[in-house]
Design a protein around this ligand. Structure first.
Ligand SMILES: [Zn+2]
Length: 341
C-alpha cells in the first residue's frame, strides 16, 4: 500500500485504545530498523523527519527510502510525518515530497526558538490545515512550549519558565476549534533531548493531569507526547562502559506514557532512545575491535540495537498486532472526508 495518512492510524488507535510511536529518522539503517520491528510485530508505524533530518539526508534520498520501505513491507501501514515544521512553507514542501502528515509548530516563531502568540499560532496552523486537508494530509499542531532543544528547534525553556508554558486545557479547546487540527502536541513538562530530568520525574514535573483534562474537553482530538524517550539506564550504561561520558539522566517512564495513552495520547515521539541504542552498539564495536574499519561491522549491530528499542516501544504502546486491522484509506479518500466536513 502507499504511504498512509497519519489520521487513519491515529483514528484506529483511538478506536482501539492504543498509541503509535513516531520514530525520527535520518538514514537508511534507521528506517530499516523500524520496518523490521513493524514487520515482526505486525505494527502500524509513523516515521518522521525533522527539518534538520531533511537537510542532512536530503528530501529526495529520504523520500525514496520511504518508498522502498512501503515497497518491501506492503502489509504495514506507514505514515510519513514532518516533525516540527517551523512555517507553512516547510509543511507545504514536506507535502510536495509525499509526506502524509505534517506538524505546524506555531507555538514558536519561524526561527524555531521564540515563543509565539496564540493569534500567530492559530493563523499559521489554520493556513496549513486548509492546504493539507485539501490533499488528505494530516496536521498536528502544538500549543504550549516544550522544554529543551531538538535539532536546533525549541525555546530551551527550563524551570519556572517551562512551567509557565504548559498547555492550558481551555485554550487547547479553543485552539482545536480555531484551527481544525487532527492532532495536538501538548506541553506537560516533558522536554526534548537526552537530559530531561535529573531524577525520576514525579507528578510535580510531569503533569499527566493536564492530559486527562485536555482529553476530557477534546475527546476526538488525538494528543501527542513529544520528548517522550524513556532514556533507559541500560543504554546509557553501554555507552559509558565503552568509553562514552554521559551523566546520569532520566526520561519519561514507559508507565507514564501508558497512562497518557489511557487519556487520549495516540502519537508518542521517540528519538533519543534510538540514538542511544545505536551509539552504544557502535561504541562497543570500536572499543572491543579497534582494528575494524568496515562500516557494516558497526552499522549492523547499531541497526539491531535500534530495532530492539522500536519493538519494546511498539509492544508497550499497544500498536503491536494492529497493522493488519488498520483500514486502508488513501490520501484522496481522506481529502473527500475533510471536504464533507
Ligand atoms: Zn518535538
Amino acid at each position: 500500500m502507499p504511504l498512509t495518512p497519519m489520521r487513519v492510524l491515529l483514528d484506529h488507535a483511538a478506536e482501539n485504545g492504543y498509541g503509535v510511536a513516531a520514530f525520527n529518522v535520518n538514514n537508511m539503517e534507521q528506517i530499516q530498523a523500524i520496518m523490521a520491528a513493524a514487520e515482526k510485530l505486525d505494527a502500524p508505524v509513523i516515521i518522521q523527519a525533522s527539518r534538520g533530518a531533511r537537510s542532512y539526508s536530503q528530501d529526495a534520498y529520504l523520500r525514496h527510502l520511504m518508498l522502498a520501505a512501503v515497497e518491501l513491507h506492503p502489509r504495514i501501514p506507514v505514515a510519513m510525518h514532518q516533525d516540527h515544521g517551523n512555517s507553512p512553507e516547510t509543511c507545504l514542501s514536506a507535502i510536495a515530497h509525499g509526506y502524509t502528515s505534517c506538524m505546524m509548530d506555531g507555538s514558536l516563531m519561524a526561527d524555531g526558538k521564540t515563543p509565539a502568540t496564540y493569534e500567530y499560532n492559530v493563523e499559521v496552523t489554520r493556513r496549513v490545515v486548509v492546504e493539507a486537508h485539501k490533499r488528505g494530509v494530516t496536521v498536528e499542531g502544538e500549543l504550549g512550549c516544550l522544554g529543551g532543544i531538538e535539532d536546533g528547534h525549541g525555546a530551551g525553556l527550563t524551570g519556572a519558565e517551562a512551567l509557565a508554558h504548559l498547555t492550558d486545557p481551555a485554550q487547547a479547546e479553543r485552539f482545536v476549534a480555531d484551527t481544525g487540527v487532527d492532532a495536538l502536541a501538548v506541553a506537560i513538562g516533558t522536554s526534548h533531548g537526552a537530559y530531561k530530568f535529573k531524577q525520576k520525574p514525579t507528578g510535580e514535573v510531569l503533569k499527566m493531569d493536564i492530559i486527562a483534562e485536555i482529553h476530557r474537553r477534546l475527546p476526538r482530538t488525538h494528543l501527542v507526547m513529544h520528548g517522550s524517550s524513556s532514556v533507559p539506564k541500560e543504554l546509557i550504561d553501554i555507552i559509558n562502559e565503552y568509553g562514552g561520558k554521559m551523566p546520569e539522566t532520566y526520561g519519561v517512564p514507559v508507565e507514564e506514557i501508558q497512562e497518557g495513552i489511557r487519556h487520549g495520547v495516540r502519537k508518542i515521539n521517540v528519538d533519543t532512545d534510538n540514538r542511544l541504542a545505536m551509539t552504544g552498539a557502535i561504541r562497543k564495536v570500536f572499543a572491543t575491535n579497534p582494528g575494524e574499519f568496515d562500516p557494516r561491522a558497526y552499522l549492523t549491530p547499531a541497526r539491531a540495537a535500534m530495532q530492539q528499542v522500536c519493538e519494546a516501544r511498539m509492544i508497550a504502546f499497544g500498536q503491536a498486532g494492529q497493522a493488519s486491522k488498520v483500514p486502508v484509506r488513501s490520501l484522496e479518500e481522506m481529502a473527500r472526508t475533510y471536504a464533507r466536513g
